[in-house]
Structure formats: C-alpha cells, structure tokens
Design a protein around this ligand. Structure first.
Ligand code: BG6
Length: 488
C-alpha cells in the first residue's frame, strides 16, 4: 500500500452530507486503523467563518452514542481536523487551503515524501465546475516523489442527459477519469457488493439466471418518511433522479450484467455499460407515478408541484439473456415501510402436479436493508401427517450467520476505496451517460407536465395502479406468506 502524507479535504464541511455521512465515515475508518494519525490530516473547507473548534464541536454533535462511549477516540480524531474558510470560486481561499495542506505535508513528510490529496466535494453540483477549476489551479499535488490528487463527487450529476454531459465535459477538462470518483453509495452496501460473488461464484445460479427461468425481477426502495427538511432539493429532482436513475439502476446492472472478463474495475464497468445500453426506451404505460398527500404542504415545495415522490418503472433489456423479462424498479417516500430489496421471481414449474395447492413461486430475495439477508422462497411439504405443501425459505440472515461482525457503512467502504485507488464501485462517465439516456425522455415528459403523479396516502403501499402494473408485468404475489427475519 502507498504511504506518505494523506490529506483529506472535505469541501462543504458545514453542510448536511459532510456532517451526517462524510465525517462519521472518516471517523470509523480512523477507529478501525485505516487512517494513521502520523500521516493523515483532514481539512474542512466552507464559506462560513468559524474556528477549528467550532467545526469539531459541530461534527461531534453527529456522532451520537460514539461521542460519549468512545470520547477519547473521538477527541483524537477531531484533533486531526483543521478548518479553512473561503469561497468556492475565488483563488484566495484555495491558495490558503493549499498553503495549509503543504505545511502539513512538510511537517509529516520528513522521510518518505509523496503527497496524496483527496478532495471530497460535499457540495451542490452547481459549484463542482468552479471548485474543480480552483483545485486544479491552486491545490494539486506537486511532490516530485509521487502521490496523487483525486476528486470525489456525489450525485446529482446533472438533471438530464444534456446537463450531465455538460458537467462531465467541464470536469473532464480538468481531471482525468482515473482521478474522478463518482459516488453512488448503494454500491458500497454489503449486499450490493456481494452480487458479483453470488452470481458468478455459485453453480446454483449460473444456469438459472436468464429468461428461460426467471419471470421478472423487482428492485425496490421504500422509505417510511417523506422529504422532511429536504423538500427544496427534492422537488427539483424527484424520486426518479433521487433514487431510481442512480441507486436502483446500479443494482440492476449488477443483477443483469454478463460475467466480466476479470475483476478489474474496467472490466466490470464495461459490462455495466453494456447492460445499460441494451435497455429499451421506457413505455408510458409501464410507468406509474405517485405523490403523497401532504407533500406540497412543505413550505419549500411549490403549491402545484408535479414532482413524483413515488415511481414504478418497468425496464426491458434487449439482449439474449433477458429478452421478455421485466425489470421493475420501484421507489417511494412516505410509504408503509422502510426497506430495499431485490426480488428475482422464477417462472412456474411446467406440468406442475402440485399446482392446485401451491402458495407461490420460487423467489430469491436479496434484502439490502435493514436486516441484511438473502432468502430463497421455495415450496416444501408441510411437516406432519398430511401430504400438503407450504411456502418456506432457505435463509441466510446476516445478523444470525455472522454474529459479532460489524457491517461497514457504505460511505466508509467507498472512501477507503478512493484512498486505495480502486474505482470498481464508482460510476464511470460512459455509465452515467447511458443511465441518463434511459430516463431523460420520461423525465422531460414529467417536467413538462405531460405525465402526472397520482396521489397516495402517506403510510400506504403507494398508488394501487402500481400494484396493477406489477401484476400486468407478471409478478405474482405470494399470499399468506411473510418472511420474518430470524431473531437471535
Ligand atoms: C440518498 C437520497 O441518495 O439516498 C435520499 O438522496 C435517500 O433521498 C437516501 O433517503 C437513502 O439512502 P439509504 O442508504 O438510507 O438507503
């Protein structure tokens, strides 16, 4: 592994993302020993004029239980953070930042003198271009002894194909693709990272994973709360841009892609791009949009907002493996539960002699959160004297099977990857483009008011029309069966 001074610069240090995700992830990496205090320094940068201690105290406020339980560790970690204030589009602040980074490098680098600079843009995308320009101009690693400068950015990467391409071009003029890490935090989730292993390391799945056996695939995201406090941001984007075009589509790629030539990041990303390019244009009749009642009561949301907070969209992949298999992407806010899962539903058994008493189809469910698990729903004989059948499951529940193993947070893992230079779990420019190509026509029709969301009750399953679309696409619900996560 590389050594030498590592400077992590969090731009937008006083914002929500930094406080809720970036700093806690850095702290966890520190506590697990991945950030050594003899080589790491963390800089917070933002416009507000506050002191180092002000920033440290704000961050401490987000550590919850840890702040009291591990107060010594937390204090040591916070001492690694320095605050620099400045604007996002003028040189002064960035020159000052560069000076601070360089001073720290000189003090840490008595022996091995490479310099690694990781810029984490926890900022609204509108300032990505000026900030990247300033970094390029004022803050690049200049060490003769090696090292690097890397940029981490977060969605939203644009609002449609055109704006995304423009943003990519602006940033692409300043940084090479290997320096750019586009985060989609779903790629950092344990069970998403498991998908390639599951699919390609198990003989069980290899012959079944295709249109001959699989009837439909659902990728579902549900939240049981609304857009509280984020209405202003959300209303401009809506559920398709917020969740489906990125998080769920990334999951779809891993479920549907062909086997990569190797595990090299470029090989994997090549296959993801191919799947995306094989997706057919979305049909209006295979879309159901919803907006929960009360969404517009948020003062930051316009009274006549047409923004969907719920969507079910069927994607069709035009290739040899998936022709005819609907991939149903569904996401919603203010629903009746919070979970994210992949459901692979198999076809009926041909010539089934148990058909009249059967409860449902085979289904392979990968539960991303909460209660990480995978389970296979299958029909077995009901135990007892009678010969009847019942739906049961083979269950691999992580809490039970991997007791005492702490599953790392998505952000923790992804930030570690950026330090190690592994781009496998980051979105490549052509992948992003292909993802926008799929959704842009639909998004424009919604933006233009040509497609309107249906109202649904907060705390419900969403519009009933979405369930009807599911049924039409071929999904068969198993009645009377509920998976109960095993307790210890
Ligand atoms: C973010 C979205 O990307 O993901 C949020 O902007 C959403 O709207 C969040 O709540 C969900 O992430 P997770 O990891 O809690 O499923």
């Amino acid at each position: 592994p590389e050594t030498g001074c590592l400077s992590i610069i969090v731009l937008g240090a006083s914002g929500d993302l930094a406080k809720k995700k970036t700093f806690p992830a850095l702290y966890n990496l520190y506590r697990r020993g991945f950030l050594q205090s003899n080589e790491v320094y963390i800089f917070g940068y933002a416009r507000t004029k506050i002191s180092d201690d002000d920033l440290r105290n704000r961050i401490r406020g987000y550590f919850g239980k840890d702040a009291s339980e591990h107060s010594e560790d937390v204090s040591k970690f916070l001492q690694l953070i320095k605050y620099v204030s400045g604007s996002y589009d003028t040189e002064d602040g960035f020159r000052l930042l560069d000076k601070e980074i360089s001073e720290h490098e000189v003090s840490k680098n008595s022996a091995e003198g490479s310099s690694r600079r990781l810029f984490y843009l926890a900022l609204p995308p509108s300032v990505y271009p000026p900030v990247c320009r300033m970094i390029r101009k004022c803050c690049m690693n200049r060490s003769d002894l090696g090292g690097w400068t890397r940029i981490v950015i977060e969605k939203p990467f644009g609002k449609d194909l055109e704006s995304a391409e423009k943003l990519s071009a602006q940033i692409g003029e300043l940084f090479e693709e290997p320096q750019l890490y586009r985060i989609d935090h779903y790629l950092g989730k344990e069970l998403v990272q498991n998908l390639l292993v599951l699919r390609f390391a198990n003989r069980f799945f290899l012959p079944l994973w295709n249109r001959d056996n699989i009837d439909n695939v659902q990728i579902v995201f549900r939240e049981d709360f609304g857009t509280e406090g984020r209405g202003g941001y959300f209303d401009e984007y809506g559920i398709i841009r917020d969740i489906i075009q990125n998080h769920l589509l990334q999951v779809l790629c891993l479920v549907a892609m062909e086997k990569p030539v190797s595990l090299k990041p470029e090989h994997i990303r090549d296959e993801k791009v191919k799947v995306l390019q094989s997706v057919l244009p979305i049909k209006d009749e295979e879309v159901v949009l919803g907006q929960y009642e009360g969404y517009r009561d948020d003062p930051t949301v316009p009274d006549h907002s047409n923004t969907p907070t719920f969507a079910t969209v069927v994607l069709r992949i035009h290739n040899e493996r998936w022709e005819g298999v609907p991939f149903i992407l569904k996401a919603g806010k203010a629903l009746n539960s919070r979970k994210a899962e992949i459901r692979v539903q198999f076809k009926d058994v041909p010539g089934d002699i148990f058909k009249c008493q059967k409860q449902g189809r085979n289904e392979f469910v990968i539960r991303l959160q909460p209660s990480e698990a995978m389970y296979m729903k299958l029909t077995v004989k009901q135990p007892g004297l009678e010969m009847s059948t019942v739906q049961s499951e083979l269950d691999l529940s992580y809490k039970q099977r991997y007791q005492g193993v702490a599953i790392p947070e998505a952000y923790e893992r992804l930030i570690l990857d950026t330090i190690r230079g592994d781009q496998q779990h980051f979105v490549r420019r052509d992948e992003l483009k292909a993802a926008w190509e799929i959704f842009t026509p639909l998004l424009h029709r919604i933006d233009d008011g040509e497609m309107k969301p249906l109202q649904y009750q907060p705390g419900s399953r969403g519009p009933v029309e979405a369930d009807e679309l599911l049924a039409k696409a071929g999904y068969v619900q198993t009645h009377g069966y509920i998976w109960i996560p095993p307790t210890l």
